[in-house]
Write a protein that binds this ligand. Structure first.
Ligand code: GLU
Length: 304
């Protein structure tokens, strides 16, 4: 029997002594004000027990982690036809690269690079009656927590400065892979990225992927096959051009965001999330990755 609390406490003590904490993402001006020494972990077992250490109850900007949740909602509504408009291959490129998109005629490599997430956002804008409200309801329902919300300042900040995402959306439009207005789709996309959650809330939201499509309230939100496929995409594409390194070091499906959060899971066993806002050169949480490597090594639990 693993003493999870003891493992988390040990990791916490080791990580807070690290002096190289990485760099805060400043390209979204509103994210620049976060304290680099913040660090928290939350672990939710599929069997029900939960464990925390550090700043696990502080809210942060989940950014690209939201792409897994938007994919889940779109896939549950659209089904496999969704894959007519995007692929499931790792990009091996930074999350915002445009050259591949042009080369591959407007079909994004996967739903977790920005262009792919923008195509998913376009689907949700078409499908949902009140896109922003309905997506928020979906996330609140998955998590069982009505306090989750967008941070409009962060969304506005990206609307002002997200020229690269405007370029991606326009490129998609030129290849006929965007049905709605660029501004409407990006308004939705920037809001989904601005969602603020704690580590504890994130593990609850991602429970559905560890529990074969059933959320914490045991309601079915995805089919078993959809949960399995989303986990596969997290493993191969969840960490920008560092997906190989994450699989090598940590060995779990997961997703990171430039707010410094990472959530990862072992199907049928647990969901774990960490928040350490300093990023490495690939845009993933530097200490978050180290903490998860320590977790799977100390507990000897990974998919491999
Ligand atoms: N909203 C961010 C962007 O589109 C998300 C990036 C990320 O977390 O990877 O640039």
């Amino acid at each position: 029997m693993i003493d999870y609390q003891d493992v988390l406490n040990t990791i916490y003590q080791e990580i807070i002594q690290e002096t190289e904490k990485g760099d805060i993402a400043t390209y979204i001006p509103e994210l620049a004000n976060v304290d680099k020494s913040t660090f928290g972990i939350h672990l939710q077992l599929v069997s029900g027990q939960a464990f925390s250490v550090g700043d696990a109850e502080k809210k942060f900007s989940i950014q690209s982690i939201s792409k897994v949740l938007s994919l889940a909602l779109a896939l549950s509504r659209v089904g496999i036809d969704l894959w007519d408009r995007l692929d499931v291959e790792p990009s091996g490129n930074p999350f915002n690269h445009l050259s591949l998109l042009e080369l591959e005629k407007g079909i994004p490599r996967n739903p977790f690079i920005n262009s792919g997430a923008i195509v998913i956002a376009d689907m949700l804008v078409s499908l949902l009656e009140h896109p922003k409200e309905d997506f928020l309801d979906f996330v609140r329902d998955l998590t069982g927590d009505d306090t989750i919300d967008y941070n409009n300042k962060v969304a506005d900040s990206e609307m002002q400065t997200g020229f690269n995402n405007f370029a991606a959306a326009n490129l998609l439009k030129s290849f006929d892979n965007l049905n709605n207005d660029v501004a409407d789709v990006l308004d939705f996309y920037f809001h989904q990225c601005s969602l603020e959650m704690t580590c504890a809330q994130l593990t609850k939201a991602f429970y559905v992927f560890a529990n074969q499509g059933h959320c914490l309230k045991e309601k079915t939100r995805l089919t078993k096959s959809q949960a399995k496929r989303i986990n596969a995409i997290m493993l191969t594409c969840g960490f920008y051009d560092e997906a190989g390194e994450f699989a090598f070091e940590v060995g779990l499906p997961g997703k990171s965001g430039v707010g410094g959060g990472i959530v990862a899971l072992l199907p049928n066993e647990f969901v774990i999330s960490v928040w350490a806002p300093g990023l490495n050169e690939k845009g993933n949480s530097k200490l978050g990755m180290q903490a998860l490597e320590k977790f799977t090594t100390k507990t000897n639990q990974s998919i491999f």
